[in-house]
Design a protein around this ligand. Structure first.
Ligand code: AMP
Ligand code: GLY
Length: 417
């Protein structure tokens, strides 16, 4: 199977790595890819404007791809999957109409209400007066969400009413704003493969969204993750499939916009039960790094089955009993103003450690041929081990070997869960 993978982050490096190791795939083209994907076996990078549906469809035809896998949300919302599907090529990723589940928080709320999926109560506001009324109705802590795509950074959770109002004002300049009830309790990420009708859950993971240890600092795209969740209640995955993923997929099918791709269920286990915090229409980053580190079945076969409506025939997925932990190294200034161009060294030393691999995100090769930082989240240092503790120790041993001036990472990912 020839595969075209769209994207250039650590999530795509993790996907490309799993596909490159998979005997079911013969060649992997990553567009545009990053310096890490360039080094994988069976894999090559090709430039493309990932948000241009016609360009991606043309590339898929040119390389005679058997399967296209779309990593990030922006191409999905832009209609890249629609264009590839229209060209007759199986694509793992929803059409733009179904990707609105991630692209518009107001649309996601509408689908959840129609499908009776448990989620936070919310008001969609178009004026500041509505925002003030909703903040008063729910009380602190306040949860204020930009309606549109914001790479995980459009949400403010705060006790400070002025800060909540200020964020809402900023959002109202360009979109609607969603004010929500605050959800307490631990968060989990459960990814489900969806073929338009059926879903197959992957292993659950937990992400660390805030920039700093102790869940302080601003929300980010995610600073680390681990899997499995040894503390999660029995039956959690089945519960999410039955009460969240399946009703959502059925509601979208009923509306004539079937969801084919990765339904990312972001959940809070609150004192009042399971609640959806958010849906995404693609693999999560950095959770993918730990989920795929544990997958033993063929990823290419599973994604192809979802893309072609054949999940019913997919054999049960097999998972390693090992645990996986990933820790993100971010650039100085992330998330506000990440600094670029700093030299990165020590990756080979990190990867010489047992069970450690390093995934690239915001990296590039400079004119002198050196690896330098080129984005907010720069690397995901990922490790497997017999249990979470062993994987965590290995991941931090890897971190110790890597040098990126001014960089930041959280120091207690997966500890004291
Ligand atoms: P979202 O983009 O909707 O996933 O929100 C990003 C992050 O903000 C989530 O992962 C949570 O950590 C936090 N968050 C979002 N909604 C709520 C909520 N209703 N209550 C508490 N925290 C929330
Ligand atoms: N790690 C959160 C996300 O991918 O949205």
């Amino acid at each position: 199977m020839k595969i075209l993978l769209i994207g250039s982050g650590a999530r795509e490096h993790a996907l490309a790595r799993a596909l490159a190791l998979d005997p079911a795939s013969s060649a992997v083209t990553v567009a545009p890819g990053n310096p890490g994907t360039a080094r994988l076996e069976k894999t090559e990078n090709t430039p493309v404007d990932a948000d241009d549906p016609a360009a991606v469809a043309a590339l898929a035809q040119r390389i005679e791809a058997d399967l296209v896998v779309v990593g990030p949300e922006a191409p999905l919302v832009a209609g890249v999957a629609d264009a590839v599907r229209a060209a007759g090529i199986p694509v793992f990723g929803p059409d733009g109409s179904a990707a609105r589940l991630e692209g518009s928080k107001a649309f996601a709320k509408e689908i959840m209400a129609a499908a009776a999926v448990p989620t936070a109560m919310a008001h969609v506001c178009t004026t500041l007066a509505e925002v003030e009324a909703a903040l008063d109705a729910f009380g602190a802590p306040y949860v204020v969400k930009d309606d549109g795509l914001a790479a995980g950074k459009g949400v403010v959770v705060t006790e400070d009413r002025q800060a909540a109002l200020a964020h809402a004002k900023g959002c109202l300049d360009h979109a609607e704003v969603v004010i929500e009830e605050y959800l307490d309790g631990p968060e989990i990420s459960l990814f489900c493969l969806a073929d338009g009708e059926r879903v197959v859950p992957l292993a659950a993971a937990q992400d660390f969204k805030r920039l700093r240890d102790g869940d302080a600092g601003p929300n980010t795209g995610g600073m680390g993750a681990y899997s499995p969740l040894d503390w999660a209640p029995d039956g959690l995955v089945d519960d999410v499939v039955e009460r969240v993923a399946l009703p959502t997929v059925r509601e979208l099918a009923r509306r004539g916009t079937p969801f084919v791709g990765l339904l990312y269920c972001g959940l809070a286990l609150t004192s009042r039960g399971l609640r959806v915090v958010e849906f995404n229409a693609r693999f999560g980053d950095p959770e993918t790094q730990v989920v795929l580190a544990r997958l033993q079945s063929s990823l290419a076969t599973a994604l192809h089955a979802a893309a072609t409506g054949d999940l019913a025939d997919l054999p049960p997925l097999r998972w390693s009993d090992d645990a996986a932990v990933t820790v993100v190294i971010s650039a100085n200034g992330y998330p506000e103003l990440p600094r670029k161009g700093d030299a990165i060294t020590g990756i080979e030393d990190a990867e010489s450690l047992e069970g450690v691999h390093v995934l690239h995100a915001g990296t590039s090769i400079d004119d002198a041929g050196a690896l330098v930082s080129a984005g907010g989240r720069v690397l995901s240092v990922t490790a497997t081990g017999a249990d979470i503790e062993a994987a965590r120790i290995a991941a931090y041993a890897g971190i110790e070997k890597i040098d990126l001036p001014g960089s930041h990472h959280r120091t207690v990912i997966a500890a004291g869960r």
